[in-house]
Write a protein that binds this ligand. Structure first.
Ligand code: 3HC
Length: 311
């Protein structure tokens, strides 16, 4: 007789998807909620760095593009909170865990956006890294997560292209604009490599997440894929990546690159990055200011349900 564990193992082993109604080990449910929730938090917090430049975009066209991108990130957060709720999580609880520091969001969003070139570099490097990390998640074993990723990845491609096109335009501009792009690249290159998480030998979740098909590649594999993809793009752009050890290794078929400052990563993840306090304070304030909207929506839904029962 096939047990529920057998069915779960056969589904994972057969690269098929686990759906909300399927039995799953508590550990699978917990780690998928953890990853989806932190992914959703990252999307929502990620609206802040670029949102900082909406009122200062250099043209109506650039403003419209940036508005569309920031709105996309909000939508990505909502898809992902909805995916987490199919596992029994509650988005109000998840938001409270974010605001109280009991759940994480991506380290990359704790760095300041000091010039308009940062908007282009975030699109090019941060959304480029997100694409490397998220495309494999379209094959994640948890169905709702994988399906959310398919829609999100289509929009990430637009995010990456608009950022790269913005930088190409600036690089055809003045010396000052070219220097802004190089400065933004210098500040975001290493934090973009950190986005992929700690090295595999320091990752407590990767082995189990890979065994369960939640993740399809390790942190180091995806980090290397990102470096290999980005080095030629930097050359075409005409910027220098701030790593003197970066060079093609024909034997490996990959670029070798320098050491990442894991102490910086740990400090940022622990809440001691340049903008952590500001990012969480803004999120806390937005949540408080939006309470009336949530109350009105709940009251409206309750009255509609009451009318339906009375009809
Ligand atoms: N920032 C903050 N915390 C991080 C991190 C980062 N860049 N990388 C890893 N961590 C945390 C993990 O959450 C874990 O802590 P936890 O157990 O308390 O959750 C710890 O460090 C150890 O890391 P692991 O590698 O063991 O953890 P995972 O197996 O979960 O791998 C991950 C980390 C690769 C980020 C994985 O969770 C993942 O692929 N998540 C989905 C993608 C995602 O969240 N991307 C974030 C950016 S979203 C984005 O870029 C939006 C775009 O529009 C710009």
């Amino acid at each position: 007789m096939t047990t529920v564990e057998d069915h779960f193992d056969a589904t994972i082993g057969g690269n098929r998807r686990i759906e909300p109604r399927d039995w799953m080990p508590d550990g699978y449910r917990a780690t998928v909620i953890r990853q989806i929730a932190q992914h959703a938090h990252s999307e929502i917090i990620g609206m802040q760095p670029e949102g900082n430049w909406i009122t200062r975009a250099p043209s109506l066209r650039r403003k419209a593009i940036l508005l569309a991108k920031v709105q996309d990130e909000a939508g990505h957060g909502l898809y992902l909170y909805s995916a987490a709720e199919t596992l029994g999580a509650d988005r109000a609880d998840l938001t409270e865990m974010l605001i109280s520091g009991r759940q994480k969001y991506s380290s990359i969003f704790n760095y300041p956006t000091l010039s308009y070139a940062d908007v282009g570099v975030i699109g090019w490097l941060v959304d480029g890294a997100a694409i490397c990390n998220q495309v494999p998640l379209c094959r994640s074993s948890y169905g709702p997560y994988a399906r959310a990723m398919i829609r999100i990845c289509k929009e990430e491609s637009f995010h990456q292209r608009q950022g790269y096109e913005l930088l190409l335009t600036m690089m055809r501009g003045s010396d000052a604009q070219r220097q802004m792009v190089q400065d933004a690249t210098n500040r975001f290159w290493w934090p973009s490599l950190m986005m992929f998480g700690p090295p595999d030998d320091a990752s407590p979740n990767t082995a189990r997440s890979m065994a369960w098909g939640v993740k399809r590649h390790t942190n180091d594999e995806l980090r290397q894929r990102f470096v290999d993809m980005t080095v030629p793009q930097a050359a075409k752009l005409g910027v220098t990546l701030p790593d003197p050890e970066l060079k093609w290794n024909a034997g490996r078929g990959h670029y070798d690159f320098g050491s990442i400052d894991w102490e910086e990563f740990a400090a940022v993840v622990a809440g001691n990055g340049p903008c952590n306090a500001q990012r969480v304070a803004v999120r806390r304030r937005a949540h408080a200011e939006g309470a009336w909207v949530r109350e009105a929506a709940s009251a409206y839904a309750a009255r509609q349900a009451q009318r339906k029962r009375a009809a």
